[in-house]
Design a protein around this ligand. Structure first.
Ligand code: NI
Length: 150
């Protein structure tokens, strides 16, 4: 097996709306915690998602993973799932606030399925990066990644 490991990153984008709100809290508490993001009518973002995979460079193809396969998966499972949706109405957020932290975790679990679907034991999901605005972005590196607290 090749020991030359490279990282591959690919960017996708979609537009979606959300409202930050915890049902168990009062209107006043929600407003105090989430401010204008608790506006009952919601608001939209143009989200950017960057996914990073790592793995050996296949000596035959010269690639870490097939980008066409990754794109097809991302289009179906990420972009179509979230684009022009109200995140608050999706099953994935039934019990979770639609923060971009939680969106980042959800997208990580979706791309984990891509890794499982590829017959390639050394291919790893390294990072999911989600941009909410030009000033906000969120990263998840998996359970064993940096920032983990025991
Ligand atoms: Ni927002």
């Amino acid at each position: 097996m090749s020991r030359v490991i490279a990282h591959l990153s690919r960017r996708y984008s979609f537009s979606a709306s959300h409202r930050l709100h915890v049902d168990a809290l009062s209107e006043e508490e929600n407003r105090a915690i989430f401010g204008k993001c608790n506006n009952p009518f919601g608001h939209g973002h143009g989200y950017g998602v960057q996914v990073t995979l790592s793995g050996p460079v296949d000596p035959a193809t010269g690639m870490v993973a097939n980008l066409a396969d990754l794109d097809r998966f991302a289009r179906q499972e990420v972009v179509e799932r979230f684009d022009h949706k109200n995140l608050n109405t999706l099953e994935a957020f039934r019990d979770r606030v639609t923060t971009t932290e939680n969106l980042c975790l959800e997208i990580w679990s979706i791309f984990s399925q891509f890794i499982e679907s590829v017959d390639h034991p050394q291919l790893k999901l390294e990072r999911v990066h989600v941009e909410e605005t030009g000033n906000n972005s969120f990263d998840y590196f998996g359970e064993s990644g940096p920032g983990r607290q025991d």
